[in-house]
Design a protein around this ligand. Structure first.
Ligand code: SF4
Ligand code: SF4
Length: 475
């Protein structure tokens, strides 16, 4: 008989927890209920009991695995180095395989999203184009004004305010015009610009994602601009798939492995110094391709190389000692195209107001960046290097905002409680701008600001950096 995902997991991973309880104060779900079963330690005990065959797989176990945010705060606190990501992925895969929560409606939604939309990039882009039309023709605003969204099924109605605004142009068309396609051209320009202060030439692969490709193509373009400004040759494969994080985090490990193989098949890794991701949740998963494909003899070696080269953009920029942008020529007078000036105008409605000398910016740490990838100082280093920004720390910066993939759909109550807590902490800094490096967090937090008179602006740190570079050349 085929082993379940929890039973096939290396048993030493299930044994790592020594039940010390150091993780308990960091766990948002334990904070909400105070119950042992809602804690990392409690969940690991349940997983082990199921793997040992001492406990049946029940809908209650499935609910417990769904209630966990996957925020990985417990992994940062854990002195034993428990591989909770691996445990949770296998536990969720175990739930799916057991079928204890199967219903026709749930099966249909999962088939449509995970087996169709996110497996077929062209289909996802087509859906994105339809959604774009729905938004630009005003139908979305009309439906919201007439409260037609109330007619939607509960799960979709809850998620509807977080629907991303689809961009008119997707990543490839935005990046193609700046991408450096020819190594000959680059080598020439690199040698032409060589100087003692010039950075060494590097060639990088930029991942543009799936949802990010259609809803946050501006972040992808900003990432390309920043890399180019740091003497990198940027390549963006035209046929990119979803990275598979959605599948891995939701119990579809086989599909996640299929997508990982597709990514590896699409590139010749030996050509690149690094593979760059700019979305925290995707990056956290992309770095684990080595583990995901460890037992696949045809891919294990390439997957290991992929994981070795995979970098979050902020991590990479600090690693290559990124160039700090110069202040624009005139910071104290009107500089209409200065990013901070534009932001200020959009915030207080004063068109063409003078560029602020200093704009307070706070930073929200996406869980999969700070806990999943242990990247915390690098985005702050970027923000501190931008002229005109004053970085203000908020309380509980590493506490989950409740976004957590599809968590706001599956657990709306806890997601809402965590969002309110996060927004209160961010507002207390009095900074109008929140730098955040994960699109899911941005959408979730933005939806919480929908009825605010002065909504916070959520901007990826790399967009702020790209704007600062652009302002250098447009005084
Ligand atoms: S991942 Fe987050 S919610 Fe889940 S057990 Fe760990 S700290 Fe708690
Ligand atoms: S901190 Fe680590 S070892 Fe201690 S109880 Fe939590 S998961 Fe187990």
């Amino acid at each position: 008989m085929k082993q379940s995902p929890l039973q096939s997991l290396d048993y030493s991973v299930l044994q790592q927890c020594m039940h010390c309880g150091m993780c308990l104060p960091t766990c948002p779900t334990y904070a909400e209920t105070g119950r042992e079963k809602n804690s990392p330690r409690g969940r690991i005990s349940l997983m082990r009991a199921i793997a040992d065959g001492e406990l049946e797989t029940t809908p209650n176990f499935a609910e417990e695995m769904s209630y966990c945010l996957g925020c990985l705060a417990c992994t940062t606190a854990c002195p034993a180095g428990v591989d909770y990501t691996n445990l949770l992925e296998h536990a969720r895969a175990h739930v799916e395989q057991s079928g204890v929560v199967k219903t026709p409606r749930r099966d249909f939604v999962r088939w449509l999203t995970m087996k169709q939309l996110f497996m077929k990039p062209r289909l996802l882009r087509f859906a994105g184009r339809l959604l774009w039309l729905y938004q630009v023709t005003g139908l979305q605003s009309l439906a919201r004004a007439l409260r037609l969204t109330k007619l939607l099924p509960t799960s979709i109605r809850v998620a509807e305010p977080s629907t991303p605004t689809i961009q008119r142009r997707f990543s490839d068309s935005l990046i193609a015009k700046v991408e450096t396609p020819s190594s000959a051209k680059t080598a020439k320009s690199a040698s032409a610009s060589a100087s003692p202060s010039a950075q060494p030439f590097r060639r990088v692969l930029l991942l543009t994602g799936c949802v990010q490709d259609i809803a946050f193509s501006d972040i992808n373009r900003a990432t390309a601009d920043v890399l180019l400004a740091n003497n990198c040759e940027v390549h963006t494969p035209r046929a990119q798939s979803c990275c598979g994080s959605l599948h891995a985090h939701n119990g579809e490990l086989d599909l996640a492995a299929t997508l990982a193989r597709r990514q590896l098949d699409a590139v010749d890794l030996s050509q690149f110094d690094a593979v760059i991701s700019n979305a925290a949740g995707c990056g956290s998963h992309l770095k684990h391709y080595d583990r995901l494909l460890a037992t696949d003899p045809a891919y294990a070696q390439r997957a290991a190389e992929w994981s070795r080269k995979l970098r979050d953009i902020s991590e990479y920029l600090v690693e290559i000692n990124f160039r700090h942008p110069q202040p624009p020529a005139r910071t104290s007078t009107a500089v209409p195209n200065h990013p901070l000036n534009l932001l200020r105008s959009s915030i207080d409605g004063r068109e063409k107001s003078p560029a602020p000398t200093v704009t307070p910016v706070t930073y929200h740490e996406a869980c999969h960046l700070c806990h999943g990838q242990k990247i915390s100082a690098q985005p702050r280093a970027i923000l501190r290097a931008i002229p005109g920004i004053e970085l203000r720390e908020s309380a509980e910066p590493t506490w989950c905002c409740g976004s957590a993939g599809i968590y706001s759909i599956t657990q709306p109550k806890t997601a809402g409680w965590l969002r309110d807590r996060k927004l209160n902490n961010l507002r207390a800094t009095a900074a109008p701008i929140v730098a955040v490096a994960n699109p899911g967090c941005s959408l979730h937090l933005q939806a919480g600001e929908a009825h605010s008179a002065n909504p916070l602006q959520f901007i990826h740190p790399v967009v702020l950096l790209a704007s600062a570079y652009a302002a250098e050349t447009h005084p």
